[in-house]
Design a protein around this ligand. Structure first.
Ligand code: PLP
Length: 376
């Protein structure tokens, strides 16, 4: 996709905030617990390679991604740390992963059986590192009972093409006040892990929420995702043990300003009519940038004041009601701080009835990312 370098709309990513969030988390962890930074989906929209670079400087010693291509992207960018693909990769790519020293998540013996001939064809330079996924209640991927895990473990140990590097599970409710289901998952995982002949190097269960609110079950590695971006995994439900610093701001500026008379309509469908004489500003941001149409009626900040998004959000532009006449070129903040007021990704998500993860991931490549430096 073309990046809009000649348009005054940009995401500003504060590397120091990312660094500080990771360093804060590391302070709470025992020395022996590794922090792997989760940088899937283009680093939750923040930029995969840039986030990985800062995360490494902050003390992350590995990375997690969702798909093999993201892992290959990190290798291409020069990262030599361990990388785990959290989703299921086709066994057809087992050899590609092994050659690039990329670790794969596996949730069935069938997968190992299908990958074996792929690994056995021709020269194999390195064995394939496997993390067994245990489905302790998330219901997504992984072994669901101890005998199945045990059989796969036995199969893996009979074939030097594989090496077992990790065992993990994922919690469905770690970000909730009620810990009943969480505790059931912990118990299920503790029982399942007994099935392995030998514990692998990494046993890991914690996403951000688990590590923030249930650190006691961390194991020896955490998969630290959304919190490194300064976002509260629970939305606003639970308070993190230390303040998180949001890394992302979304900025634009007024490109057109006009006064309209009472009754005049704005945008597609003519759904908005001015109640009186009003000043209206146009911003070069739209749903093609990830600012969904459902954000009509929400606000942006201009000159420290909340300005309503009026009328339908277009593909590339949206209109706001201004408190007064303001010059073209005046800064507008869609996410972040402006004149002492702020709009958080959580505010946006709450209005759009979704989670901030989704808002951040939806910000498209058309919006350039600009990076503020981290402190040494
Ligand atoms: C995405 C993901 C994470 C990171 O979750 P956050 O809530 O962003 O910390 C950890 N583990 C798995 C399996 C994931 O898919």
């Amino acid at each position: 996709m073309v990046s809009g370098l000649h348009r005054p709309t940009q995401l500003v990513i504060d590397r120091q905030a990312i660094k500080a969030n990771i360093q804060q988390e590391l302070k709470t962890l025992p020395q022996a617990t590794a922090l792997w930074a989760v940088v899937k989906a283009n680093g939750y929209g923040h930029g995969m390679v840039e986030v990985a670079t800062t995360a490494k400087h902050a003390g992350a010693t590995g990375f997690c991604v969702a798909i093999l291509d993201e892992a290959l992207g990190l290798r291409q960018a020069g990262f030599t740390e361990p990388i785990l693909v959290l989703g299921i990769t086709s066994p057809a790519y087992a050899k590609l992963a092994a050659a690039a020293h990329i670790s794969l998540s596996v949730g069935s013996q069938d997968w190992l059986a299908a990958a074996l001939p792929v690994l056995q064809a021709g020269q194999l330079t390195a064995s394939l590192a496997i993390h067994f996924a245990v489905d302790s209640g998330m219901g997504r991927i992984g072994f669901r009972d101890a005998p199945a895990l045990q059989q796969a473990d036995t199969f893996l140990r009979q074939h030097a093409e594989f090496n077992l590097e990790g065992l993990f599970t994922h919690f469905a409710t770690a970000d909730e006040q009620d810990t009943t289901y969480f505790k059931q998952q912990v118990a299920s995982f503790q029982q399942m892990r007994q099935a392995l002949a030998v514990e692998p190097r990494y046993v890991h269960v914690s996403n951000s929420a688990t590590s923030l609110w249930h650190a006691a079950c961390n194991g020896n590695m955490i998969r630290f995702g959304v919190a490194l971006y300064g976002l509260n995994p629970s939305g606003a439900a639970l308070q993190p043990p230390y303040p998180l610093q949001p890394a992302l701001s979304f900025e634009s500026e007024l490109v057109f300003v006009k006064q309209i008379q009472a009754g005049a309509a704005v945008s597609y469908g003519a759904t908005y009519h001015a109640k009186q004489t009003e000043w209206v500003g146009t911003l070069p941001v739209g749903y093609a940038d990830g600012w969904q149409r459902r954000l009509q009626g929400f606000h942006v900040l201009v000159a420290g004041q909340y300005c309503e998004i009026i009328g339908r959000i277009c593909m590339d532009q949206l209109m706001i009601r201004l408190p007064k006449q303001l010059p073209v070129g005046t800064k507008a903040t869609l996410v972040g701080e402006n004149g002492g007021q702020t709009i958080s990704l959580q505010d946006v998500a709450a209005y759009a009835q979704t989670i901030h993860y989704e808002i951040a991931c939806n910000l498209t490549e058309r919006v350039p990312r600009i990076y503020l430096p981290e402190k040494a």
